[in-house]
Design a binder for this molecule. Structure first.
Ligand SMILES: *Cc1c(COP(=O)(O)O)cnc(C)c1O
Length: 393
């Protein structure tokens, strides 16, 4: 842990050994006839896009999915060679780059299909595309009724290389929600009616993490579990074969300040916490400017020496405070904000519940001010952080 970039006093730890174990468990579970496409959008759910991509390639995922063109380009620039699917809706001015960087992208309407065909004609190039069918998410995707027309449009225009047809589940996080079943059936019907199910060249895919866990019959040719690969269980009914899957993300920081606060004194902005007795108060250099949700103020805890203590007062942009009662605490002590310390654990789910949000939002909220260190079997590698000289160039 010695060479933190700039000796920054707070950092994110990503356990790549655990991450690869998660990938391995998913691969075992789906079997060799189903491909694994790993979604790594939003900086790989906060874990760091490029390092996770390289680890995923080493763990033999079949392809990667991202949300937008720029994430795809970053991966190609980092020398990632496996197929990359961009899931988000596209824009006309991006087509040339999709082609140049060999990125597969999503066509989600007849309008977009016509737009892409025109661009291809102008550029004299072909494109690798997936058709997204909306079976009830109502975000993007052609209606099931319109799907056949777009498929016909692809057939008539030689510029389209159709790589896949997919849909996305809206309610699978709630395992008993009847709508998921309807979406699964709607998609299965669509691909059967269109003769896609037995077509070896076109990948049919539907399941995200929640779908993978709840609808094994809908694995089809490929699955797209993102959160699960990072140790976030979509619901409590995860099969035992997948129970080796664990989070691989921790946030730690060094105590930057110690003081005694007297009974009756307020702490931090708005004095939302008032000491009930004389207390020892620690200051930790992580704040909402790093991605630590301010709504966790006076709710979350940290771990120090394997013991839990409450965060107190409003979380600031760059710091927060901890009430350690009468216990000792020293500048330089390492505290855990997310992750394990001895037999204690602060989980992403715990924080997401306290902040009244989704676990993914906790994860991808952490930005690049905290440097990330990647632990492998043999070494710990810090992500590339620009040196001052490089920044000046
Ligand atoms: C984000 C996303 C996924 C992955 O969802 P998880 O809940 O992380 O498994 C899969 N497919 C699409 C279209 C997505 O947008």
């Amino acid at each position: 842990m010695m060479d933190v970039p700039f000796n920054h006093p707070a950092w994110i730890e990503v356990d790549l050994v655990q991450f690869k174990q998660n990938i391995h468990a998913i691969k075992q579970y789906i079997g060799s006839s189903v491909k694994l496409c790993l979604p790594i959008k939003s900086n790989a759910y906060g874990h760091g896009l490029v390092h996770i991509a390289h680890a995923a390639v080493a763990a033999k995922v079949d392809s990667l999915a991202v949300s937008c063109l720029q994430e795809g380009i970053l991966l190609r620039q980092a020398n990632i060679k496996i197929p990359i699917l961009v899931l988000g809706a596209i824009h006309i001015e991006q087509i040339a780059d999709f082609i140049d960087y060999d990125l597969e992208f999503t066509i989600s309407s007849h309008f977009k299909a016509k737009m892409v065909a025109q661009a291809c004609e102008f550029l004299n190039k072909t494109v690798k595309v997936h058709l997204e069918v909306d079976t009830g998410m109502n975000r993007t995707g052609v209606r099931v009724e319109t799907g056949p027309m777009v498929l016909e449009f692809f057939r008539m225009h030689k510029c389209f290389i159709l790589k896949g047809v997919y849909s996305h589940l809206a309610t699978a996080d709630e395992p008993d929600h009847p709508f998921s079943r309807r979406q699964v059936d709607k998609f299965l019907n669509f691909i059967s009616e269109q003769g896609l199910r037995d077509n070896k060249d076109i990948l049919c895919h539907l399941s995200n993490s929640a779908g993978l866990v709840s609808f094994p019959e809908a694995n089809l040719d490929m699955v797209r579990p993102g959160g699960l690969a990072f140790g976030c269980y979509p619901n409590p009914y995860v099969p035992t074969e997948l129970s080796v899957i664990k989070p691989c993300f921790a946030v730690r920081a060094k105590v930057s300040y110690f003081k005694t606060v007297l009974k009756g004194e307020g702490v931090s902005y708005s004095h939302s916490y008032v000491a009930q007795t004389n207390i020892h108060l620690l200051t930790v250099p992580v704040g909402y400017g790093d991605g630590l949700r301010r709504s966790l103020s006076n709710k979350a805890s940290i771990l120090l020496n394997g013991k839990r203590y409450p965060m107190v007062g409003n979380i600031c942009m760059d710091q927060f405070m901890v009430d350690i009662g009468q216990d000792p605490g020293y500048v330089g002590n390492v505290v855990t904000i997310i992750g394990k310390d001895q037999d204690q654990d602060i989980t992403i789910e715990e924080l997401s519940q306290l902040a009244n949000t989704h676990p993914y939002e906790i994860l991808c909220g952490f930005n690049n001010r905290l440097p990330r260190v990647y632990h492998t079997e043999t070494q710990s590698v810090w992500e590339n952080v620009l040196t001052v000289e490089q920044m000046a160039e």
